[in-house]
Ligand binder design. Structure first.
Ligand SMILES: *Cc1c(COP(=O)(O)O)cnc(C)c1O
Length: 398
């Protein structure tokens, strides 16, 4: 046995300094979500059955779907992507992975690991989606599954053609798997109306809940394929038929993330109480206010207006300022975190859930202006804050 002396106990517990998280996720949590997350209980039994039942109902509202096939899972948004892919495809499947960045490529990579034949369909998310190119491809080749991302957080672009793409894929017999990790709860996402077969999100973005507990829904058609499948999915934890034991039959699959489910329940309850329409307007006004303030500060936005993602706003710094310096200064001097973007010069500010509160956006814009000045780039801080006021009241179009 190795002695405890070899591993001296630390004298202090580790509690990170409170930082305002204004990056691409995780995002701040409302106090009642934090409180819910501090509760533990048994993962089986009547009380948990009721919590699960309510989560399923509230998720149907959040996803805008009537499908009963709703599941939560232990794991990040990426695990929900694994669950979608791993339950629908195998080595004989043909998959089309549509991608305009990091998260589109992630699903491509996942499908490849399941040894499916995967075709990558890349496009520049800033441009109009090449619907004709897709139509030609679908005429020539059959795909069992098409994967795509609604809001591509890495390039800060949204795909406004999601419904048209899904309709086209459905006409050609494919199931449509959609990553709505950053758009669910921030932007309109209509699972049924847009004919999406599998839709998923994480907890730590638009829902303002904790990371590590995610949600996924299967359409009747997708569920039909799951039930009739003749292969064994490679992931035991993410086998959705096993997950149905817990999520639909009150039986043990693996120990559910109880605290996280309480947090998720509360986050969904807050979304229901606010209503989706009010929430989406709050996000749009806050994000547009921020975008306008960034322009006032002389910063260039990464995406043109038609494909600009509101949930995560990307911008470039003026020449002469290095992104790591700005990120560091914001963090150390102002206790605010924003994100870089996978090695590109793009900087990203999140507008998801609690990030879209006037006090947070004002604090960020003020700190950003002061930081730019400190780093040798004078800006009109007051004008930026003023434009924020007007926009947060919804008075001015961008
Ligand atoms: C954050 C994000 C993911 C990954 O979520 P994790 O919880 O980090 O696995 C996937 N897709 C999009 C669009 C995201 O924004």
């Amino acid at each position: 046995m190795i002695s405890a002396h070899a591993f001296p106990a630390l004298e202090k517990s580790f509690f990170p300094q409170e930082t305002l998280l204004m990056g691409a996720g995780p995002v701040p949590q409302p106090p009642s979500v934090r409180q819910a997350n501090s509760r533990i209980a048994s993962h089986l039994g009547e009380r948990m059955n009721e919590v699960i039942r309510q989560i399923r109902i509230m998720t149907r509202y959040a996803f805008q779907t009537t499908t009963p096939w709703i599941f939560g899972l232990s794991g990040p948004g990426s695990a929900a992507a694994e669950m979608a892919i791993g339950n629908l495809i195998h080595s004989q499947s043909k998959v089309l992975a549509i991608s305009s960045g990091h998260f589109g490529l992630r699903m491509y990579e996942m499908a490849r690991r399941h040894q499916a034949t995967v075709t990558l369909f890349e496009f520049d998310g800033r441009d109009a989606f090449p619907l004709e190119r897709l139509r030609e491809l679908l005429k020539q080749q059959f795909f069992h599954v098409v994967t795509l991302v609604h809001g591509e957080t890495s390039s800060t672009t949204i795909n406004p053609e999601l419904a048209a793409i899904a309709a086209l894929c459905k006409q050609h017999g494919a199931l449509v798997v959609v990553d709505a990790v950053c758009t669910l709860g921030t932007t309109e996402v209509l699972m049924d109306e847009w004919q999406l077969d599998v839709l998923f999100c994480g907890g730590q973005k638009g829902l303002s809940s904790i990371p590590g507990v995610s949600l996924i829904a299967f359409s009747a058609e997708a569920w039909g394929q799951v039930v009739q499948r003749t292969f064994t999915p490679r992931h035991w934890c993410y086998d959705v038929l096993l997950a149905a034991e817990f999520w639909h039959h009150h039986r043990y699959h693996y120990t559910a993330p109880v605290n996280g489910l309480f947090a998720l329940h509360e986050a969904l309850r807050l979304l229901n109480a606010e209503t989706l329409s009010v929430r989406i307007i709050r996000h749009r006004n806050s994000s547009r206010g921020l975008q306008h303030a960034l322009l006032q500060l002389g910063l260039a936005l990464a995406a043109p207006e038609v494909t600009r993602l509101n949930a995560v706003v990307g911008f470039f710094l003026p020449a002469g300022i290095a992104s790591p310096d700005l990120i560091e200064h914001l963090l150390v001097e102002h206790k605010i975190e924003i994100s870089a973007s996978f090695g590109s010069p793009l900087l990203r500010i999140g507008q998801m859930g609690e990030q879209c509160r006037a006090e947070n956006v004002f604090r960020l814009v003020n700190a950003l202006a002061l930081t730019l000045e400190t780093l040798g780039h004078p800006v009109d801080r007051v004008a930026a804050l003023e434009s924020l006021t007007l926009l947060s009241e919804g008075a001015m179009p961008l």
